[in-house]
Design a protein around this ligand. Structure first.
Ligand SMILES: Cc1ncc(COP(=O)(O)O)c(C=O)c1O
Length: 503
């Protein structure tokens, strides 16, 4: 066992609520981790490359740890996480499905991951072919004409889409100020509209959880740049009047933006392009099972219809008439939205996922996702009724209103108690239009046995609500971290290590 300064044991097993020391606390002067050099390039001293007066002469406060302590640290931390590899993660809207290891193996290929993104096109033809192939497949899946692979996540794709909308209208000398968004939308939609320089007009949902078409028509006018919609929407329901919505928005010269966060529900069944959408972002990390990575780096490609192609970010990998691949900037490009060409390893994983499934396989992904959500909705209808009593798509929004009214147990208590049962919590209090919302997205990767185990866990929690509601207000008790005040934690961040204080 290694004694770290301050008497902290660096490699003791971590139990219960014990805190893992930071790497700075474990650091011991002089300790290091080695890797054997594999290069035959002679080492060059720094001062031969950088003028002396630009070099920092004071010590840099770096962590000094042995490989053994470092591996122990990260392994212990990994045991305190809930992950898609560990168990079911029904976090509605986030689509946390299992990521096949096959895709990781593809991304680990040295032929892909040893190429610097600045390498000239003639030296990385394989990579460019991969990017062009992925773009073509994403366009075929969405029914669009061309795509950019640069955006680093769904929200980054949304901003890109709004910049494309602005470029399109500006190119026609058309000044428009408003973008319509349904009241069930994900929070990133209004945030992106504001960042994109537009005002948000909120469209109410009707009693069926869908866009209120009459209210939408009343809000339309020549100042409307477009509408942002996700279909199925965030209540997990398919917008049945989408063709009428598309006509109404196009009639006033607006564009339709498709938030593709829920694309996994319709793969192979219906395409946004065929529904009338002009701009589509895809969250590859949701639909094509690539790692989300703590809110990013994912990948949020944006596909567009023909009339918006010329504005796409660039440079873009393109197949020239000679058959060779090159970087080309679309003629009226909005410029770069990423330092390089996008999160390339996520793009490679997504292409592997698409290819290994094939067309029929992708359709089955959507079918199983929808089947699993509906199975769960029906299985739990007596314990947590659905907010809208009709067939849902890939996620179901249930409500804990009955538990709240009868026993004072809220949706949040149920979600926290599920962690004690070995399941990740569903999304809570979203969408905002549903009281005590619990949004479950089982995804296609879970088996009937796992779904049944989840349903039984929810039933046990409902029984606890009846027998001992107080215990649920304190849940979870068996996890490394118990109930925290999440709003306070986000607003009053306390850094556990101030490196500057160690100088
Ligand atoms: C409907 C919807 N839109 C947009 C986003 C944002 O996507 P990302 O997390 O990739 O930025 C999400 C994320 O959960 C979402 O559910």
């Amino acid at each position: 066992m290694t004694a770290a300064p301050g008497g902290r044991a660096a490699s003791a097993p971590l139990l219960g609520h014990e805190t893992e020391p930071t790497m700075f606390e474990m650091s011991v002067p002089g300790r290091s981790s080695y890797q054997l050099r594999t290069t035959d390039v002679p080492a060059v001293s720094l001062d031969a490359l950088i003028p002396l007066d630009h070099l920092n002469s004071s010590d840099v406060d770096l962590v000094e740890l042995s490989e053994r302590d470092l591996v122990g640290h990260f392994t212990r931390l990994s045991h305190r996480q809930f992950s898609v590899d560990l168990g079911m993660y029904p976090l509605g809207s986030c689509t946390m499905k299992y990521n096949p290891k096959f895709c990781d193996a593809v991304a680990a290929d040295p032929g892909l991951n040893s190429v610097h993104p600045g390498v000239p096109a003639e030296l990385c033809q394989g990579w460019l072919e991969l990017l062009v192939t992925l773009e073509e497949k994403l366009c075929a899946i969405t029914g669009m004409s061309a795509a950019t692979l640069q955006p680093a996540a769904g929200a980054a794709g949304e901003l890109t889409g709004l910049l494309l909308m602005r470029a399109f209208h500006s190119s026609r000398g058309d000044v428009r100020t408003r973008v319509l968004i349904p009241d069930s939308a994900h929070g990133t939609n209004p945030a992106s509209v504001t960042l994109g320089g537009y005002e948000v007009t909120t469209i109410p949902s009707n009693e069926r959880g869908l866009v209120d078409l009459a209210a939408l028509k009343a809000a339309l006018g020549p100042d409307v740049a477009g509408i942002m919609l996700t279909n199925p929407n965030t209540v997990g329901l398919f917008e049945e009047e989408i063709v009428d919505i598309a006509h109404a928005v196009h009639d006033v010269g607006g564009l339709l933006y498709y938030d593709g966060a829920n694309l996994n529900a319709i793969l192979g069944a219906v395409r946004p392009g065929d529904m009338g959408f002009d701009i589509v972002h895809m969250n590859l990390h949701k639909t094509f099972a690539t790692p989300h990575g703590g809110g990013g780096p994912g990948a949020g490609p944006v596909a567009v219809s023909k009339r918006l192609e010329e504005f796409l970010p660039g440079p873009k990998a393109t197949r020239a008439s000679s058959g060779a691949y090159e970087w080309r900037r679309p003629p009226r490009s909005i410029g770069r939205v990423h330092g390089w060409h996008g999160n390339a390893m996520v793009l490679a994983r997504a292409l592997a996922y698409i290819d290994v499934h094939g067309g029929d396989g992708l359709t089955r992904v959507a079918q199983h996702a929808v089947l699993n959500a509906n199975w769960l909705r029906r299985r739990l209808e007596k314990t947590l009724p659905a907010a809208y009593d009709r067939m849902c798509m890939h996620e179901c929004v249930l409500t804990a209103t009955n538990l709240k009214n009868s026993f004072g147990v809220r949706g949040l208590d149920v979600a926290k108690a599920l962690l004690e049962e070995g399941f990740h919590s569903p999304t809570v209090y979203f969408p905002l239009i549903v009281e005590e919302a619990l949004m479950f997205e089982p995804t296609e990767t879970e088996s009937p046995q796992t779904l049944e185990a989840l349903a039984q866990a929810v039933e046990r929690i409902a029984q606890r609500a009846h027998d001992d509601p107080e215990s649920l207000h304190r849940a979870p008790q068996t996890t490394p971290v118990s109930r925290v005040d999440e709003a306070r934690a986000a607003r009053h961040l306390i850094s556990t290590e101030d490196a500057s204080s160690r100088r």
